[in-house]
Design a protein around this ligand. Sequence first.
Ligand SMILES: [Zn+2]
Length: 356
Amino acid sequence: MALLLQADGTWQPMDDAALRRTLGQPLDATADCFVVPGLADAHAHLHYLGTEIGVGPDVFLAKGVTAAVDGGSTGAATVGAFVATVCRPATIEVRFFLNISLLGLITIRTSEFPTPEVIDDGAAVAAYEQYAEHCLGFKVRISRNVAGEHALTALDAALSAAARTDSRVMVHVTDPALPFDPVLDRLRAGDVVTHTFHGRGETLLDGNGKVRAAAWRARERGVLFDVGHGMNHFALPVARTALGEGFYPDIISTDWTPFTTDRPPVYNLLTVASRLVALGMPERMALEAISLRPRRLLGLGVRPPGPGGDLAALAWDETPSQIPDSEGGMQDLPRRLRLRAALHRGQRVAGTAASG
Ligand SMILES: [Zn+2]
């Protein structure tokens, strides 16, 4: 039996004949299967020719991920090459948040804020306007080891650029150099907090170990909370507590770089979603957080299954395993979501077909 996630967010049963017609070939009929409108990764790094941390779009496609957002790999000084070499020719849909630093994330050996002169909201706005077709807004990293004393200047610039372009900010909040509650209070509907479950410095949890009131207030206003797993941004105790309180992420993403692609602690988008389900996130909500919701963030429509559309068919693999978090913790994973089939613009692009 298959369940289909529709554009309006409801789930409908899909019979085997309809599934076969949609996919163009049969799946193993014994497996329960979920059909979602295209996998989308709302935070990753794709500038593979221009930074040390990029993963090429074809790697996403091979996993059935047909839309992805780059989280700040480029700034106003480097964005042209990214649009020309990634966004435009990519086989998948690519959008990006422009780093508020002119430099973007060229190298991981130094931060993007060597001097405050690289923070330039005027240049960022001009770049947004030039590449508005692909640019969703502005990325700012406010970590102590990244922005340090420049964190407030950088956050102010990103919020100003977003306000002037009627776009969004994505704020990387791991080990913030600024008091976290006032940062959350400044975010507006549609802005994105990434690395929601990090475990360094001030986290999502307050001094009493509860989800901080400012986070609930931000959610109430329409601020989006993204997992952005990455190498360093997922702490099991934070995630367990938050999910236990019913604070579920709006979006599940990998923060993929070459260092985490198919490697611990991230592996891939389906493994991150499986981890969230194992920790208590409702299954359907997790599936929406890797498809419908990030597709909306990208500004992509959701077509009904059929010609020209994107979709992914997923099923649980009940083989148990263990996966680490970013802080030395280990999590039992009783089962993992596996890709059975994926279509991009109506064409079969990945999956394991009938025997898989
Ligand atoms: Zn990132």
